[in-house]
Ligand binder design. Structure first.
Ligand SMILES: *[C@@H]1O[C@H](CO)[C@@H](O)[C@H](O)[C@H]1NC(C)=O
Ligand SMILES: *[C@@H]1O[C@H](CO)[C@@H](O)[C@H](O)[C@H]1NC(C)=O
Length: 862
């Protein structure tokens, strides 16, 4: 229920598809980023020198008195945490135009408790090992930079503060003093050619959630943009507002607190200000904006039902917009809105709306009389994927002789689990006709139940092809020769780049390693970004002990996939120090200090025998002594922990000297659909047995100290931590939980995803998406039985609980109840309360505080 999304949340112990984390040291002669030099103010210098002088005391903190040493070890922890976090980079966007790779990196800044954005321009032809130009910091008001297809123009979306507005009656509560502005830069981004302030009477906030709902697309002729933005609410006012304020015809007295009218119905966790999204076009020369009205669920003022319309792009002919529409509940087949974030399998379809007439009108700088009275003559919208229960991520190939192909991800079966295997469909798009509904649809890659069932021989980390597990295709996913689609997909615990033949659907993993020219590591996670003009590709690579690097596959990489693809490192980015008392020249790379290995364990229980794919991180230089182990089951449960760099586990392993075992128990994505679905209905049983089996396999291999095993997890991972310390109190000695589900019977009535409680307790098909009712007496009893709270009497493990008080996914009352129960039993426990955090606990300072506390909890008890 909570995978990790690059832009939204970064530290969940769940699927990690942060495309990122790079660092390197500039040669000493090279002037590093200014932030490195701005870091030591006077007071922090004192702290740092005190820290250095007291180094000897710190050395024996574990043996001497805890008092003074504890303070020093906290400083040491803070510094070490800062090192691993500074090394990480989240790329929020990467594109290639005119031979230059432009990457935006989001870096945590603990001092200011915020994330900062840095822009790197890296010439592809450069022979430097490091980027030639130092990064430029982007103001936080910049929300997106979208290059046109040729790279001649860049659309920059900014969110500007405009100070308090007057005329209170019609204000929207979430967006009072902000406005959105599109700036159009031409000449390759050198010239500011136009600035369009988006009028608030046209729409609300532009959706910049590009990982999911959002999208901004250019027409092929680069004259217009399409984007997704919040539809304006009807105007409301208080019963007691003065009669003179505003136009009384439009304003509804006393409706300002009514859900679905003055109060937008939101999409739960992380989407508190998203209610209904519509599509809008902007002509970048005239500056005129118009709403696309020929869309499903279009009404001018209703807040009931409708659709969220997102991921828009133009068709290759530029005459239609193609987009994904999600049923917004209260209409269609879904009476209750369910939380959207981390829930990738929600009902949605792909639609196409002709817009030639709209674009023609917007190109005219003046609204003429004809336009005022005549309705638009654009034809009605069409649903391109009528039989799919979910379909998303439409992508076009470049047109060849008037024909283009449309690829998209879909699933005809369903969405009971929040993550799952997707099929890839490709259909011809007739440029003349505008759209095509292909009745005989070509299923290029179907949903895979069991790994290898398609007969594909090749293995990745000991697992044959498990099907496609991805959220979206990249914009540029068709190879220039039109023969392949290239994408990254979860394949066991590895994020793997694969080529998919458009002729026969054959799926082949692309093997390479940016850190060496020959051979490859089975473990590295890699992401496909885009093709180069010559037919090569831009890619990223990351490993648990190596933050992300940026590289290039050479143009021959698709020719002979039986060999290693020739590759080249483009950039190995420096750490950007986050805290003022950190070491002046952090050198994380030389001291990564741990190795990792992939471990497949055969499950003993359950009908579906697919390996449990775990990742074991082992601290180096432990000598004769075997390290203690922290077992980390991910959240979800239908997500996957991949072999990418995650600062918090680097911190625990390298600095805390704990072995870390990430367990992709049954139910995880990347192991086929059958194994995934086999968990639904057996949560708290089969997933627990898998975690225990994986733990025992590491103990049996003699790799860790079997007397010192702890467990740590968030959300469903917290649910598993609770089960493990209750069902296996002699194996798991210490626990740390983050927003844990502890009692499904009480969670079901307060979470934004009640469907999850039913499906995980009773199995697929149990929740009726076209109906809603509260749980029955019998259901509440079953849910209680499947919860950690049912095993409370056996718990003896000291347990740390961390809560984000704004969590709407797993309400904090879950953790609070569990905390009080442990305290009453006199089990050592501690509650961390983060008032401003939600489910992810991802505000920079809170995240840091939480992980340092977690390490110290294990230091104290394990
Ligand atoms: C810490 O103690 C060890 C062993 O007593 C010693 O070799 C080492 O030099 C000490 N380190 C510091 C920084 O004092
Ligand atoms: C789901 O609910 C709808 C509306 O109440 C009902 O018509 C339908 O039969 C239900 N489906 C199942 C499988 O119970």
């Amino acid at each position: 229920m909570m995978p990790n999304r690059s832009w939204l949340s970064l530290v969940l112990a769940t699927a990690n598809f942060i495309e990122v984390s790079g660092f390197h040291r500039f040669p000493t002669s090279f002037v590093s980023h200014p932030s490195t030099f701005a870091i030591l103010d006077a007071s922090n210098r004192r702290r740092l020198s005190a820290f250095i002088e007291n180094g000897n005391e710190m050395n024996d903190s574990s043996t001497s008195t805890r008092g003074n040493a504890a303070g020093m070890s906290s400083l040491k922890d803070a510094e070490a945490y800062n090192d691993v976090v500074s090394a990480a980079v989240d790329f929020t966007s990467i594109y290639l135009r005119n031979g230059i790779v432009t990457a935006t990196r989001s870096a945590r800044d603990i001092d200011s408790n915020s994330r900062r954005l840095f822009l790197y321009n890296i010439p592809l032809q450069s022979s430097h090992r490091y980027p030639m130009y130092p990064p430029i910091e982007l103001p936080t008001k910049i929300k997106a930079r979208i290059p046109s297809p040729s790279g001649y123009k860049i659309a920059v979306l900014a969110e500007e503060d405009v100070g308090p507005t007057s005329g209170g009656a019609a204000k929207s509560s979430d967006n009072n003093n902000k406005r959105h502005v599109f700036e159009i830069w031409t000449d390759g981004g050198h010239r500011l050619a136009n600035r369009v302030v988006l009028p608030t009477d046209e729409h609300g906030s532009v959706c910049t959630d590009f990982a999911w709902f959002g999208g901004i697309g250019w027409t092929p002729d680069e004259s217009a943009l399409v984007y997704s933005a919040e539809v304006n609410k009807p105007k409301t006012k208080s019963f007691f507002a003065s009669a003179s304020s505003g136009n009384t015809d439009e304003i509804l007295g006393g409706w300002q607190h009514v859900l679905g009218v003055g109060k937008g119905e939101d999409w739960g966790e992380k989407y508190a200000t998203t209610s209904l999204l519509g599509l809008f076009c902007l002509n970048v020369e005239s500056g005129r904006i118009g709403r696309v009205e020929n869309v499903p669920g279009f009404t001018t003022d209703s807040r009931e039902g409708g659709y969220v319309l997102g991921q828009p792009i133009f068709s290759p002919c530029g005459t239609s917009v193609v987009y994904t529409g999600w049923d917004a509940g209260a209409g269609g087949g879904m009476p209750r809105r369910l939380g959207a974030v981390y829930c990738f399998q929600r009902p949605c379809k792909i639609y196409s709306s002709p817009v030639s007439e709209l674009l023609r009108r917007l190109a005219n700088p003046i609204i003429d009389d004809d336009e005022r009275i005549a309705p638009s003559s654009d034809a009605p919208f069409a649903c391109i994927t009528p039989i799919d229960r979910l379909a998303r991520s439409p992508r076009f190939s470049k047109p060849v002789r008037g024909l283009s192909k449309l690829a998209y991800l879909c699933n005809t079966k369903g969405f009971d689990t929040h993550g799952g295997c997707m099929a890839l469909h490709v259909t011809d798009w007739d440029m003349a006709k505008g759209y095509v509904i292909d009745e005989s649809r070509d299923v290029l890659v179907d949903v895979v139940q069991m790994p290898g069932e398609r007969g594909d021989e090749m293995e990745v980390s000991g697992i044959r092809f498990p099907g496609l597990f991805l959220h979206q295709l990249r914009d540029d996913c068709f190879s220039p020769d039109g023969k392949y689609i290239v994408t990254s997909t979860e394949w066991g615990p590895v994020n793997k780049i694969v080529s998919i033949s458009l002729v026969d659907g054959a799926v082949v993993p692309i093997n390479f390693d940016l850190t060496r020219s020959e051979g490859f590591s089975d473990g590295a996670s890699q992401q496909f970004i885009c093709f180069t003009d010559e037919g090569g590709a831009i890619v990223t690579q990351s490993e648990p002990n190596r933050p992300t690097i940026l590289g290039q596959l050479l143009p021959t990489f698709l020719d002979d996939t039986s060999k290693y693809a020739p590759s080249r490192l483009i950039a190995d980015l420096s750490a950007i120090s986050s805290v003022s008392f950190s070491s002046f020249e952090p050198d994380v790379k030389d001291s990564i200090g741990f190795r990792y290995q992939l471990i497949n364990t055969q499950p003993v229980h359950g009908d579906v025998k697919v390996p449990i794919g775990s990742i074991l991180l082992l601290p180096e230089g432990a000598g004769e002594e075997k390290p203690p182990l922290i077992v980390v089951p991910h959240g979800g449960p239908h997500t996957c922990m991949s072999t990418s760099y995650v600062p918090s586990y680097s911190f625990l392993c390298k600095h805390g000297r704990y072995a870390i075992l990430h367990v992709n128990f049954r139910g995880s994505t990347g192991f086929g659909q059958a194994a995934l679905e086999s968990l639904a209905g057996s949560a708290g049983t089969l997933d627990v047995l898998d975690v225990v089996a994986a733990t025992n396999s590491v103990i049996d291999a003699g790799l860790i100290d079997s007397g010192r095993v702890g467990i740590c997890g968030g959300s469903h991972g917290g649910f598993l931590a609770g089960h493990c310390i209750g069902q296996h109190p002699d194996l798991f000695k210490v626990a740390a939980m983050r927003n844990p589900c502890t009692n499904l019977a009480s969670m079901v009535t307060s979470t934004d995803i009640p469907d999850w409680c039913y499906v995980e307790s009773f199995g697929s098909g149990y929740y009726n998406f076209s109906d809603f009712r509260p749980p029955s007496k019998k259901e509440v009893c079953v849910m209680w039985d499947k919860s950690p709270i049912a095993h409370l009497e056996h718990v003896k493990a000291p347990t740390l609980i961390a809560l984000g008080m704004k969590d709407r996914r797993v309400p904090p009352s879950q953790g609070i109840e569990y905390y009080h129960a442990l305290r009453a039993k006199q089990v050592p426990t501690k509650l961390l309360v983060y008032d401003d955090c939600d489910h992810a606990i991802d505000l920079v300072m809170s995240e840091a505080d939480h992980w340092i506390n977690t390490k110290q909890w294990f230091d104290q008890y394990l």
